[in-house]
Ligand binder design. Sequence first.
Ligand SMILES: [Zn+2]
Length: 169
Amino acid sequence: MSEPIKKFQAEVDQAFATAIKSAKGGDPTWNALLATYSIMPLTDQQKEALLNSDMKIAGGAFPIELRWVLQAIVTKHASLASDNQDVQNILFGYNLDAEVMKYYGRIKPFGGMSDIFKNAKLTTKNYSEGIGGARKSAIRCKNCGAPRLEEMQYDKCMFCGSELFENNN
Ligand SMILES: [Zn+2]
């Protein structure tokens, strides 16, 4: 690993560790880390909507906030290495969707599977309508599966920050 990539990785590791150690939905230490990247945390209203959504977390900062930090770290190190094409290639190849899902795997509540089976039993009616029927009723994130929160207008997943819609450009 080259020196600039080692520094990048160390900063990423620090962000992951701070996010995982954070109280559920963020705490002053996490917010202080956000502030060092000039990132505003989610609003209380947004946090409440996420806590009441299908995407349960057992603890830690919200995945989308970690994504914002990772994006800022990529941008920062890419500008530091503006004359190093190899480093730039590695940084721009960094898979934010995958990293955020890795993080989500760490903060998911235990017993998530049994909850899914419970829900499946309760919603047998929906299942009998087939997957196509279910898809029409909710837009889900391709990356994490979070349903779009209808009351809020946004193009990116509120949970993981991934693009909700295909880019038609
Ligand atoms: Zn998502």
